[in-house]
Write a protein that binds this ligand. Structure first.
Ligand SMILES: [Zn+2]
Length: 283
């Protein structure tokens, strides 16, 4: 995988270098199927597991970038967005001339499904309130994050994905989590994480915030508003994106007094192994 700078206004665009540089913009229209991860598809070409990279890009304020991939799946790395953030920091982020364009929420848009809920509301900046309730040992956790406070790299990026040991075989049988291992996910036994220590006491809900930021990136532009999620997941996150985009009276395109940013150079070698030190290739 390689990231390249892109002109202001181009957004986040995936490019399959193994398929004649076929491009798939990271926008709601291209959301394919959503279960344990979020995938994009355009004209039958698939990109899987987009959420952690998209989260890191939005979290670090990158609006415009080309993401080159030579296969259909993004690397899981250590199960968090930290390796991406480290790579961006090492490569640099360039401020562009044009002002950032956002989707400014004008009135509430909500999706409810049983006891799952997600909604987005007017608000300055971009903030998220998330509550989860999982079987033991996680239980109930909630978190509030205000991205305007520039806490993403410290508070959210390091939070890893997680899975229950008890579900492992069933997920493998379904062809999911083929590459899951203690190196790229928190593995939960009945008494707690089997590959601790945790990076945060509430690492689980922080990871859900990470996923949400990545999935809402599929609105195509950074959201300006306040998001509330309870027991949600990728399917609810992307359902909110499509409901928001469809309801043209619920938002407006706004130019905020922040210059847009492009990834400056190319994190290479973001494949397979967790990165201990970012290895970068200039452009
Ligand atoms: Zn995740």
């Amino acid at each position: 995988m390689r990231l390249l700078p892109a002109p202001a206004g181009s957004g986040i665009v995936f490019r399959r270098t193994d398929l004649d540089n076929f491009e798939i913009p990271a926008i709601g229209r291209n959301v394919a199927k959503v279960s344990y991860a979020t995938s994009l598809m355009r004209q039958g070409v698939l990109i899987q597991t987009t959420e952690h990279l998209l989260s890191a890009l939005i979290g670090m304020g990158v609006d415009n970038v080309i993401v080159e991939l030579d296969n259909l799946e993004l690397p899981i790395l250590d199960g968090s967005a930290q390796p991406y953030v480290d790579a961006f920091s090492a490569a640099g982020i360039r401020t562009q001339r044009r002002r950032r364009e956002t989707i400014r929420v004008l009135r509430a848009v909500e999706v409810r499904e049983g006891d799952k809920f997600i909604g987005v509301y007017p608000g300055s900046g971009y903030s998220i309130q998330y509550a989860i309730e999982f079987p033991a040992p996680i239980g109930y956790q909630s978190a509030f994050v205000d991205l305007a406070a520039e806490t993403y790299g410290v508070a959210i990026a390091p939070a890893r994905t997680f899975g229950y040991k008890a579900d492992e075989q069933r997920l493998r049988d379904m062809g999911l989590i083929r590459g899951a291992s203690p190196e790229n996910a928190i593995i939960l036994g009945s008494h707690g994480p089997e590959n601790g220590p945790l990076r945060f006491a509430d690492e689980y809900v922080r990871h859900k915030v990470l996923d949400l930021i990545g999935d809402l990136a599929l609105a195509g532009k950074r959201i300006e508003g306040h998001v509330v999620a309870e027991r949600a997941g990728h399917a609810m996150h992307t359902a909110l994106v499509s409901r928001l985009l469809k309801d043209r009276s619920a938002w407006e395109l706004a130019h905020v007094p922040v210059q847009s940013s492009a990834a400056e150079a190319a994190p290479a070698n973001l494949a397979g192994e967790p990165l201990t030190s970012p290895m970068l290739m200039g452009v």
